[in-house]
Ligand binder design. Structure first.
Ligand code: NAD
Length: 321
């Protein structure tokens, strides 16, 4: 069995490797070659921690495994550790024997950023030039960096519930040589692409804040009750997702479906667009919306890529198990 510790991940994986792994596994999910297992998420009643498992099996890529982890809100203050903690375990699908244990913290950030980037590649208008960010926390910086590689964006605009955090994304725009402007929510009408990545439980972005032809990647809503955009926006849009069952239960679409504004059958898997079995955006004026809920197969795909890179670079630790 191979171990790739968290400390080595940053030197091994690239944004391109994460993007390719996620794009490929989304396609496998849509073709039926890969499927995600139901998500387990439990409140432990200890240290206020939320803990759970996301797993799946990809018959085409021969990947089987799970990510175990969650959120320990007291870690930073009490122990100097980051609050999000996760580890990916891979197994040999022929025998069930464990093959790898991989640090999952940075990989989670990169695979989440890759998902919205994949949606931009396949759904945003080719001439998109302004990108809008809703959210400016830890994950927002990863989302923006990966998104900027998908189109020749000329400007970044941003809104955040806590405006004092906006310099986090302004810094990423500056790194890419782009100007940044803080806007109010109606100002998002200027954006051709919008990424929302917040922990909100009530909508910020309303249907009339968004212009025709915009692509929106809703990435923050990954739990029952969370919500970033008005449900009516999903009714205005063609809606895509990673995994339909997650989209309607823990994703952004949970609200529009519950309110009867969107049917489960209206939601298209992004992998179908990647495979060419769905045309994706159907006009330059259509609003497209990707509901990125975060699936176990994304974690397995980036972990498997990092194990290969660790072996190539002599950094994988081998243990008898
Ligand atoms: P963070 O704590 O670093 O940042 C939280 C962000 O949410 C900040 O921008 C903050 O200003 C904003 N926010 C907080 N309360 C708000 C409110 N009431 N209204 C609007 N905005 C509010 O967290 P993060 O690591 O950046 O993660 C952001 C979200 O992304 C979390 O909800 C997390 O669960 C989710 N996430 C999703 C995936 C996925 O695969 N879809 C993966 C990782 C994280």
């Amino acid at each position: 069995m191979l171990i790739v510790p968290e400390r080595d991940i940053a030197d091994l994986i690239t944004r391109k490797a994460a993007f390719d792994a996620v794009e490929k596994v989304f396609a496998a999910m849509a073709s039926g070659a890969a499927y995600n297992f139901p998500v387990v998420r439990e409140s432990l009643g200890h240290e206020d921690a939320l803990y759970g498992f996301k797993g799946g099996f990809d018959r085409a890529g021969l990947m089987l495994g799970l990510k175990a982890g969650g959120y320990w809100p007291n870690n930073l203050e009490k122990r100097g550790l980051i609050n999000h903690q996760s580890t990916v375990f891979l197994f040999d699908p022929d025998t069930g024997k464990p093959t790898a244990m991989v640090g999952g913290n940075l990989l989670t950030a990169l695979r989440t950023a890759a998902a919205s980037a994949v949606s931009i590649k396949h759904l945003a208008r080719p001439d998109a030039s302004v990108i809008g960010m809703i959210g400016a926390g830890h994950q927002a910086t990863f989302q923006l960096r990966a998104a900027l590689e998908q189109r020749p964006f000329e400007k970044v605009i941003g809104w955040n519930y806590h405006p004092e955090m906006l310099p986090n994304i302004e810094k990423i725009a500056a790194e890419a040589g782009l100007c940044f402007e803080a806007v109010d929510l109606p100002g998002m009408g200027e954006a051709d692409v919008i990424i929302s990545i917040t922990s909100a439980f009530a909508p910020s972005l309303m249907a009339d804040h968004v212009s025709s032809g915009t692509h929106i990647a809703c990435m923050g809503t990954d739990t029952k009750g969370k919500q970033e955009v008005e449900a009516a926006l999903l009714a205005r849009a063609r809606v895509f997702t990673d995994e339909v069952m997650q989209s309607i239960t823990i994703g952004e679409a949970q609200h529009a479906v519950a309110q009867g504004l969107l049917a489960e059958s209206d939601i298209v898997r992004l992998g179908s667009v990647i495979n060419g079995s769905d045309q994706g955006r159907t006009s330059d004026t259509q609003i497209t919306l990707f509901d990125g809920t975060g699936v176990g197969l994304q974690d397995l795909a980036v972990a498997a890529a990092v194990v290969d890179l660790a072996v190539e670079n002599g950094l994988a630790i081998e243990v008898d198990f």
